[in-house]
Ligand binder design. Structure first.
Ligand code: NAD
Length: 352
């Protein structure tokens, strides 16, 4: 039976190679005229390019974005935005930089324009995360949703191939879990399936040629769709596990998602056959989890948590943490099978 409630988030998306050139137009379109450009120290070149395109609309560049948005960095960025008289921020980068923009928006209401340069997908969601005293707190607030998002595949050419591939698998994870979300709906399922299809086609093409314009466009298009799913419906076991592992053992975000995904989906497979069938169809495989495992192998990305430095004796603790905080999942979370999921993800063996 079809039965759902769907509230669409407001979003404006400008997509295409070379579309960064419209950044000043986007600033004016949201009713602003003075933009602070945010980036990490690694992406100052791209930020300078944006500031040059903004011309008179540029208030300056702040290259203080860091992973996990430490509260001190958010406070500093807010202060700089105020001091420079910025009436909006343009966040050029991945989830960390867009996260900094969100932290500013949350506190000051400053509108953000996001220019994503990875496939992580923060730009279409109302979710923010801020780290204080080593603890990352996440929350949801529509004020942090970017007013406009410019997806320009040309900005992703400089994302190293290995990072691009795991970032793409990270994006697939959002759509895959969206397909069995408690609050899912038919529109999101269509978007999720198309997002997975685009990435499953684009990522192998990217591996064959990291500067392939069509592959870069496909992957960013897929990332947009997957990000939209992440913004509209709730996530389950897979995201919970990655959050637990990432936070407790300080693991890299995208690699962790990429490694765990086939195993967490295999766990949920008996309880979500329709979602698995859609994943399988999107990637052109017989089985969703096994197909994604094969895709990861084909891409040559890390396959085992032990390759990220996790030691086997940590798995019991990871399992306990994941169990300690009850959350919705299509299949009830049970200790023994969950521990087996972690074991297989640690070893990099085939999903079961
Ligand atoms: P990131 O933003 O931390 O970027 C990793 C590194 O790659 C940085 O040094 C960055 O400057 C560099 N980089 C990014 N794009 C580049 C490019 N095109 N060329 C060269 N270098 C580039 O990594 P990420 O994976 O995009 O984001 C991960 C973070 O985002 C995590 O903290 C995660 O929790 C958060 N996130 C939040 C949401 C949300 O909805 N709030 C969604 C997804 C991810």
């Amino acid at each position: 039976m079809i039965n759902f409630t769907y509230t669409a988030l407001p979003s404006r998306v400008v997509f295409g190679a070379g579309k960064l050139a419209s950044v000043a137009e986007e600033v004016r379109a949201i009713g602003a005229s003075r933009a602070l450009v945010l980036c990490t120290p690694q992406q100052t070149k791209q930020a300078e390019q944006v500031a040059a395109l903004l011309g008179d609309c540029s208030a300056g560049i702040h290259d203080g974005a860091e992973m996990h948005v430490p509260i001190e960095s958010a406070r500093k960025a807010r202060e700089i935005a105020r001091a420079l008289g910025a009436d909006c921020a343009v966040a050029v980068g991945g989830g960390s930089t867009i996260g900094l923009g969100k932290a500013i928006a949350l506190d000051s209401g400053l509108p953000i324009i996001a220019v994503p340069t990875t496939y992580a997908g923060s730009e279409m969601t109302p979710v923010y995360g801020i780290t204080e005293n080593g603890i990352k707190t996440t929350g949801k607030d529509e004020r942090v949703v970017p007013k406009s998002v410019i997806y320009d595949p040309e900005l992703t050419y400089s994302l190293p191939l290995g990072m691009s591939l795991v970032s793409g698998m990270n994006a697939i994870a959002h759509a895959a879990e969206g397909l069995y979300a408690k609050d899912g709906n038919p529109v999101m399922s269509l978007i999720a399936e198309e997002g997975i299809r685009a990435l499953a086609a684009g990522l192998p093409a990217l591996r064959a040629g990291a500067q392939d314009a069509e592959a870069r466009a496909q992957c960013l298009y897929g990332a947009w769709l997957c990000s939209s799913v992440l913004g509209h419906v709730g996530m389950a076991l897979h995201h919970k596990l990655c959050h637990t592992l990432g936070g407790s053992f300080n693991l890299p975000h995208a690699e962790t998602h990429s490694i765990v995904l086939p195993h967490s989906l295999a766990y949920n497979s008996p309880a979500a056959p329709d979602a698995m069938a859609r994943i399988a169809r999107a990637i052109g495989a017989k089985d969703g989890p096994k197909g994604l495992h094969a895709l990861a192998q084909q891409l040559g990305v890390p396959m085992a948590l032990r390759d990220l430095g996790v030691v086997e004796s940590d798995l019991d603790r990871a399992c306990d943490i994941a169990l300690s905080n009850p959350y919705w999942n299509p299949r009830p979370i049970e200790a023994m099978p969950l521990r087996a999921v972690l074991q297989r993800a640690w070893e990099g063996s085939a999903p079961q």
